[in-house]
Design a protein around this ligand. Sequence first.
Ligand code: FES
Length: 157
Amino acid sequence: MDPDGSEQDPEMKKYSSVCVGREEDIKKSERMTAVVHDREVVIFYHRGEYHAMDIRCYHSGGPLHLGEIEEFDGRPCIVCPWHKYKITLATGEGLYQSINPKDPSAKPKWCSKGIKQRIHTVTVDNGNIYVTLSNEPFKCDSDFYATGVFKVIQSSS
Ligand code: FES
């Protein structure tokens, strides 16, 4: 038995998908939260597409399910309510604006810090929404708030 309930296949290192709710409900609310194999995630329904990511912001653990969705450089982002970091819904990249100091007249440009927030897969089957946790082997900044030490601190406070 898997003590943390992660139900990971030891051979494939692949998580099974988990039903988190009904399509008709998320289409109304446009977001929902769920616990998938002991990991808290938020699922957004935005412009006809579903996106799931770790619920706690990679910067300092802010509650992304309470943020607003805005577009930056044509990319829909969740804006963290704590310090306004912008995270792309599709890829989990942190976006920031940069200015070339040698050219102060230049317009600020949107740039990517790379993938900071772990994105999970959403599928729809027969009106049910399923989330499959990412098993991408890279270290993602949001992992800290989704696993291990931070969760222990949180549950003991
Ligand atoms: Fe999200 Fe700081 S915790 S921007």
